[in-house]
Design a protein around this ligand. Structure first.
Ligand code: FES
Length: 73
C-alpha cells in the first residue's frame, strides 16, 4: 500500500498515512478533534479542508493525488 505524508496544518503535526485509509481514523489516531453528527455523509458537520477543498471526514479517505497532503483541521 502506498503512503503519503500528511500535514495537519493547525497543529503543525506531520504523519505518514496509508492512501485510501479513512480520514476519521487518521484524525482520531493523531489526536485531531473533528466534530461528527450523522456519520453518514449527510450533514457536513465533519468537514475538514484538504488541499484547499472541503471533505467530509466521516466518509473521506486519504487521497493519493499528492505526496504531501495538507489537512487544515
Ligand atoms: S458527520 Fe455528517 S457528514 Fe460527516
Amino acid at each position: 500500500m502506498a503512503n503519503v505524508v500528511v500535514e495537519f496544518t493547525n497543529s503543525k503535526k506531520t504523519v505518514n498515512a496509508v492512501v485510501g485509509s479513512p480520514l476519521s481514523q487518521l484524525c482520531a489516531k493523531n489526536g485531531i478533534k473533528v466534530k461528527y453528527s450523522c456519520k453518514q455523509g449527510d450533514c457536513a458537520t465533519c468537514s475538514i479542508n484538504i488541499d484547499g477543498r472541503n471533505v467530509k471526514a466521516c466518509q473521506g479517505r486519504v487521497p493519493a493525488s499528492r505526496r504531501i497532503v495538507k489537512i487544515k483541521a
